[in-house]
Each structure stands twice: as structure tokens, then as C-alpha cells.
Design a protein around this ligand. Structure first.
Ligand code: AMP
Length: 283
């Protein structure tokens, strides 16, 4: 694996590789790597692409400064994991490489409705930060394919919109991989390492609440089902931001299901200081 810290060096290297006919698959991450990240990189390798992983804890996407401060950093272990799966390239830039003009965002991405609901509503500014960093990384790596996890469902939609808005859609294809879970159903996440042993035992409750909704779904009003899922979570010690049922294509939040729309069930809730999110697609 080759490690790059400077955008210009990586750009030059990838330009050479492109000339030899290689196609590039890119997995942007914030590190503290787990099987969810590695599954994305395995998809890149299985597709026969040159695999590029970035690790960058992006300051502009943290609406909560305490969350940024406590974000887990495990660079040495991450590098070992990447070597073990034969990742080709790691991009590990310092902040100045990504934000040469400072951290004040100068461009506003018109994300529309997507920025007003769910994560957008509970984490003001988050998706602007996500858009700016992914845009910058795409500009440096110029991948043929961008691999993202369904774990961050709304983020996938935001990045698709950003790619559309910036005209990058003719250059890069989005590939979305299913959520990788622990044996007890908990969606893998770097933040899980911050849970106490007691909280870790409770954490699968978020997937169980979403599974409860999926199993009880029937055409008609959705209000009671959502309320039941919220009280299940609250009674087991979660502080709930939202449990919602939305149209899987538009993310329009629904109180009524016509029985035909593809749905996505989404939840965000705190255990102590740790905020967990999860979702289930209902095809
Ligand atoms: P993060 O490091 O949390 O910013 O995540 C980097 C990428 O990995 C994003 O595209 C995430 O959606 C994806 N990802 C994170 N956790 C999982 C998971 N449990 N399963 C699949 N993909 C994931």
C-alpha cells in the first residue's frame, strides 16, 4: 500500500495509473476502520479497480464540537487493516491539504429538501460539511467509482445530489453497499467504540425497533407504529432524535403508506453521549 499525505502527490500518481488504463474505486472514511469500511474496499477490489481509501476526520461536518473532539482516531490499527486487505492507496491528508483557505465554507450547496429533514434537521450544517469534503476529495482523487455505505442513507442521497449539482455525474458512478452489522444486529460504526459495556448491550435496540416497524408494516396510518418504536427505545434508555418512515427514493417523510411505495425506516438516538443512527430498506 502506498501512503500519500499531499493532494498534489496523490493526483500525479493517479494520473500515471489512469494512463495505464486503470479504473479507480474510492472509499472516503473518517478512520477508526471496521468491517463496514473494509467491505466497501473489498467491493472495490472485487470490481478490479485500483483501490483508494481516504482517512480524514472532517471538522466542518461536526455540528457538535464535543463529538469532533471525541471522534476515535486509530491510525496505526487502520493502516494494518488496510494492508491486510491489500488496499492499494491510503490518502491521509492533514487539514491544510483539504482546506487550504481555512475552515470557513465559502460555497453553499443547494441540497433543498434533503437538508431540512432527519439528519439535516437535527445536525444543522452537517450536510454542507459532508458535501464540501467529498467534493474536494473527488476533485483530488477523480475516481471512476465512489463507494458509500447504506448505513448513512441520507448521506448517500446528499452526495448523489452534490455530484449532480456539480456536474461530476458524468465522471463518477455511485456504488452503495449494504450495512454491515454485528452478530446482534447493531450497525457497525466507529462511534460504537465509545459505548460503555452496558450501553453496548443496549445498542442493538435501535435495529430491533426498526425491525419491529418492518414486521408490523401494513398499508394505512404509520403514526402508531412510529410512536411504539419511540417508546420501546425510550423505555430502554435511549434519548430519541427521530424514528421515521420515509419514501426510499425521495426521503419524503410519511404518516400514511399506500402499500406500494418503497420505504426506508430510519432512526437516530443517543445512548449517553453517543449518537447512533441506523436504517432498514423495505423493498
Ligand atoms: P465514516 O468513516 O463513518 O464516515 O464512513 C465511511 C463510509 O463507510 C461511509 O460511506 C459509510 O456509510 C460507510 N460505512 C460506515 N459504517 C458502515 C457499515 N456498518 N456498513 C457499511 N458501510 C458503512
Amino acid at each position: 500500500m502506498i501512503l500519500f499525505k499531499k493532494a498534489e502527490d496523490l493526483r500525479k500518481y493517479l494520473d500515471q495509473q489512469r494512463k495505464t488504463g486503470k479504473l479507480i474505486g474510492f472509499v472516503p472514511t473518517m478512520g477508526a476502520l471496521h468491517q463496514g469500511h473494509l467491505a466497501l474496499l473489498s467491493s472495490v477490489k472485487n470490481a478490479g479497480r485500483l483501490s483508494v481509501c481516504s482517512i480524514f476526520v472532517n471538522p466542518t461536518q461536526f455540528n457538535d464540537p464535543a463529538d469532533f473532539k471525541k471522534y476515535p482516531v486509530t491510525i496505526e490499527a487502520d493502516i494494518q487493516q488496510l494492508i491486510s486487505i491489500s488496499c492499494d492507496i491510503l490518502f491521509l491528508p492533514p487539514v491544510e491539504e483539504i482546506y487550504p483557505d481555512g475552515l470557513t465554507l465559502k460555497h453553499h450547496y443547494d441540497l433543498g429538501y434533503l437538508e431540512t429533514v432527519l439528519e439535516g434537521a437535527f445536525r444543522p450544517g452537517h450536510f454542507q460539511g459532508v458535501s464540501v469534503v467529498v467534493h474536494r476529495l473527488l476533485d483530488i482523487v477523480r475516481p471512476d467509482e465512489l463507494y458509500l455505505g447504506q448505513k448513512d442513507y441520507q448521506q448517500c442521497m446528499v452526495i448523489a445530489k452534490m455530484i449532480d449539482l456539480t456536474g461530476l455525474d458524468s465522471m463518477v458512478r455511485l456504488r452503495i453497499s449494504p450495512t454491515v452489522r454485528e452478530a446482534d444486529g447493531l450497525a457497525m460504526s466507529s462511534r460504537n467504540t465509545r459505548l460503555s459495556p452496558e450501553q453496548r448491550k443496549l445498542a442493538p435496540g435501535i435495529y430491533q425497533a426498526l425491525s419491529y416497524i418492518r414486521n408490523k408494516l401494513v398499508q394505512g396510518s404509520l403514526k402508531q407504529l412510529k410512536e411504539e418504536a419511540v417508546s420501546q427505545l425510550t423505555s430502554t434508555g435511549f434519548r430519541v432524535d427521530y424514528v421515521e418512515i420515509a419514501d426510499a427514493d425521495s426521503l419524503q417523510v410519511l404518516d400514511y403508506w399506500n402499500g406500494r411505495q418503497r420505504l426506508v425506516l430510519l432512526a437516530a438516538a443517543f445512548l449517553g453521549e453517543v449518537r447512533l443512527i441506523d436504517n432498514i430498506l423495505v423493498e
